[in-house]
Design a protein around this ligand. Structure first.
Ligand SMILES: Cc1ncc(COP(=O)(O)O)c(C=O)c1O
Length: 415
């Protein structure tokens, strides 16, 4: 007898879904209200907000709102209609591509509507069944899903471990010699959970010994690292060694959309082979004109990145001085590592939000190993020293309660 598919779905909601009854609306799917800023409303009260990726504070900048609003009023949200290839192409899309390419020092660029589907689709387009993918085990879900589409071999290396990377390149090389294919190595510029930079310099150096092409997802590096925020390749002085550069507009650019940048012929290949763009509607005009405005501001307003780093340094040095473990972060991403189980983590975050008015993301198993809690803070150019001071005081208070078992008791009562 064939089972009803939905019986399984209803009984096994998945590792996160099983917490839905207890977590929804508060720990997951919370509603942060009011204008995007360093302090927003949650459950009717103002909280210091450390959970949005508006790194440069552009989301509600008056010039950004004006550009977005003007385009929405004149172009509407529909124009252009259709996929880029068919009827969804405009001179503004082209202009944005050219400006993105110039900014990251590549010959050409191509826009995609969402970073996630763009990355899945680009990986799918770049490799065929004879090619081999080598990738870091901690890469973002969009890379993992792109790799899943790959019909050929793939090798995963231990996170940011160059020895393991090289070993897997050797295996990939042996395999590619048999299949007659090439090798695509995929890393992130900045790993979003722990805040480490990908070891791009060392990876690029491996090109001396192995024949591979490098694709870098720089979602968190674009706007935050390198000269003028040009990204992790610039930060490490190896932008030339990145064959296909990717950044999303969803973080520093405070918008929607993303782009790939590479040599002209590679970008042209993606234009004609990336299925997520060939078979989907083009990015709407307010997103495009709004992105042109944001890019111009990133280029011409270095104070945005300076403010971001001023707050980042104050937050990270303050937390470290207060004895917190921030792991191996080398970027603005500020993970605070604590020990505890999921129910304790929930009680702690409840206390943090309700009694200390601090809102940050909570990361638990299965995203990280069991028994570990990460409170993840994303500083932005809009945060203030007052936000930092209040947060460090709050963190010290909750750590004490975590360590003396208070949250274990609260959690037991809550369950
Ligand atoms: C590393 C990384 N790659 C890709 C994406 C997806 O980008 P988008 O939000 O534009 O789909 C994200 C966003 O969460 C990300 O962090």
């Amino acid at each position: 007898m064939v089972k009803d598919l939905f019986d399984r779905i209803k009984s096994d909601k998945g590792p996160l879904g099983k917490w839905a009854d207890k977590a929804e609306g508060y720990y997951v799917f919370p509603k942060l209200e009011g204008p995007i800023s360093n302090r927003m409303s949650f459950n009717g009260k103002k909280v210091v907000t450390w959970s949005i990726n508006d790194y440069l504070g552009l989301a509600n900048h008056p010039e950004v709102l004006k550009a977005d609003g003007e385009s929405a009023a004149t172009d509407g949200l529909a124009y252009p209609m259709g996929a880029r290839m068919m009827s969804g192409h405009t001179k503004y899309h082209e202009q944005l591509e050219q400006e993105c390419a110039e900014f990251v020092d590549k010959e050409a660029a191509y826009l995609v509507n969402f970073g996630y589907q763009g990355m899945v689709s680009a990986i799918d387009a770049l490799v065929n069944k004879d090619d081999i993918i080598v990738y870091d085990m901690d890469t973002h879900a969009c890379i993992i899903d792109g790799v899943r589409l790959h019909a050929g071999k793939r090798f995963v290396y231990r996170h940011n471990d160059i020895e393991s990377c090289e070993k897997n390149l050797q295996r990939a090389t042996r395999m590619a010699e048999k299949t007659g294919g090439g090798i695509l190595l995929v890393s992130e510029g900045v790993f979003g959970m722990r805040g480490e930079q990908g070891r791009l310099k060392e990876i690029v150096a491996l090109k001396e010994k192995y024949n591979f092409r490098l694709l870098v997802d720089d979602a968190h590096g674009f706007g935050t690292l390198g000269k003028d925020g040009r990204g992790t390749g610039f930060e490490q002085g190896v932008q030339d060694g990145i064959d296909v550069y990717f950044a999303t507009f969803a973080k520093s650019m405070a918008g929607i959309g993303a782009f790939f940048a590479a040599d002209k012929d590679i970008i042209q290949y993606l234009q004609y082979n990336m299925r997520s763009q060939m078979f989907a509607k083009s990015l709407p005009m307010p997103m495009v004109k709004g992105a042109l405005k944001r890019l111009d501001m990133i280029r011409t307003m270095p104070e945005l990145k300076d403010n971001l780093w001023k707050i980042t340094n104050a937050l990270q040095s303050g937390l470290r001085t207060a004895g917190f473990d921030l792991g191996t972060t080398q970027t603005c991403i500020t993970p605070v590592y604590l020990k505890g189980e999921i129910p304790e983590a929930m009680a702690m975050v409840h206390d943090l939000r309700e009694n200390h008015s601090v809102f940050c993301s909570i990361v638990v198993y299965p995203v990280i190993p069991k028994g570990l809690i990460i409170l993840r803070l994303i500083p932005t150019a809009r945060h203030t020293q007052e936000d930092v001071d209040e947060t460090i005081t709050a963190f010290s208070a909750i750590r004490e309660k975590l360590e003396d078992g208070t949250y274990k008791k609260v959690a037991a009562a809550m369950m």
